[in-house]
Design a protein around this ligand. Sequence first.
Ligand code: FRU
Length: 500
Amino acid sequence: SAQDYLYRPSIHFSPPVGWMNDPNGLIYDGEYFHLYYQYDPIAPYAGFVHWGSAKSKDLYSWEDGPIALKPTTAGEAFSGCAIIDRNNTSGFFPALPDTDPRSKEPNLALIYTRASAKLQTQDIAISRDGGQTYTEISENPILDIHSNSFRDPKVFFHAPSGRWIMTVVQSRLHKVSFYGSFNLKDWMHLSDFESAGLFGIDYECPNLIEVPLEGTNETRWLMLISINPGAPQGGSTTQYFVGFFDGERFKAEDEHTVFGLIDFCKDSYALQCYENLPLSQATMIAWLGNWQYGEEVPHTTWRGVMTLPRRLSVRRDTDGWIRLVQRPLGLENLRLAQIPTPFRHLPARTTETVALPKNQAIELIIKASLEPRDKMLPDGSLGRAGRFSIDFANNNGEKLTVGFDGFFCQLWVERGGLKGFANPFFTREFSTSLTPDLREFSLRIVYDACTLEIYVNDGISVGSSLVFPQEALDRVSFSTTNTAASIQQLEIYPLRSTMP
Ligand code: FRU
């Protein structure tokens, strides 16, 4: 339908037909980035969960692949991960050296949850064709604690202890359990990270990853836990903790538990980190959606979009706390001719408008500062002025705003001015507070069909939102209220479509 066309992203991954939620099995095999995902190929509703598959050499041009895992009599194929068993620690692959020509394929295995109403277990399937097709091993399940809320294994090889580490949730107990194994078959319980941060109803999709601490030679470990439902803004969200991992347990950095949410909007869930990349290239993809309304968004033949691939690190913020940093990867390679924006100063109460191409993804980079303003107005009241807004709009009376309030140092997003979708849970506005006493801000915004991503102050705060205009938003305006603004940088690029 026309809407499916209008909402189909041109640089974000979406499934050909049917329903998609969590990214699964993210792994780089030396040539391809694999992306598997929770998938119902039959209809665009969360139904009987399969694993869909795609692969890409650049994380943007995706080739759709066959279904990798299907529901069986043991249950659906819930979320999980991929690993490369290079040294054949499991014995699932032919012994090395080996004359079988297929053995030049990476020893790829998926570790995932088989889920029935009664039981959730961790299972393994292996591939002998570079990740196109998988065969379940006869020893399954490899981990069973007789629980019906035990899922979403994420496994990596921990070199210092020479073994595989699995993080997996006991979802209803708000617990991330750590297991260790030398052969992927026998798993020993190591520790639990539990009852930390926000609980929600279920803990889901844990990830533990080591990332650089920017500006130093140090690293930190990030523990990322998705929760659903029960997020502060409703439905799903993902929280993170910054700390250390000693091979057995994760400890948050400080006695005050340091945690934050990865997104100030509502549509970034169940992220997964790529396996088999150096820590300086830590990369994640999340489902750009929310369980609260994901099955009701206005598409007809398909539903589900992934976020852009994002590089992860941590940075010591101006207040001393170490926070997560997310930056989109690889957009530079997609840029088409820059759209001219010949203005660098906006007096108070002015607007400048620029036309945008229809149905093309847009990247907008802006760095600006608002003129200082006394806090007290002449009449003795508090000033509330000093706003700068960026409005994507069309002739259908629709408007999508990203704005900055220089007085309170807050950034807001308003998607409620779009007419394509109304739902009680589809929150209309969001805001985030930035480091106080700064009247300047820098934003990198990516608008692509039904998606809006905002990277604030070099990735220290990120907003990911589904957006549903009835018609394409084909212009962008920059406006000031009572305060003038100077623009240090403004670049707008249409981005080349990477979809087939
Ligand atoms: C997270 C989640 C996982 C589960 C999968 C089912 O969105 O609920 O916990 O494995 O989705 O599709």
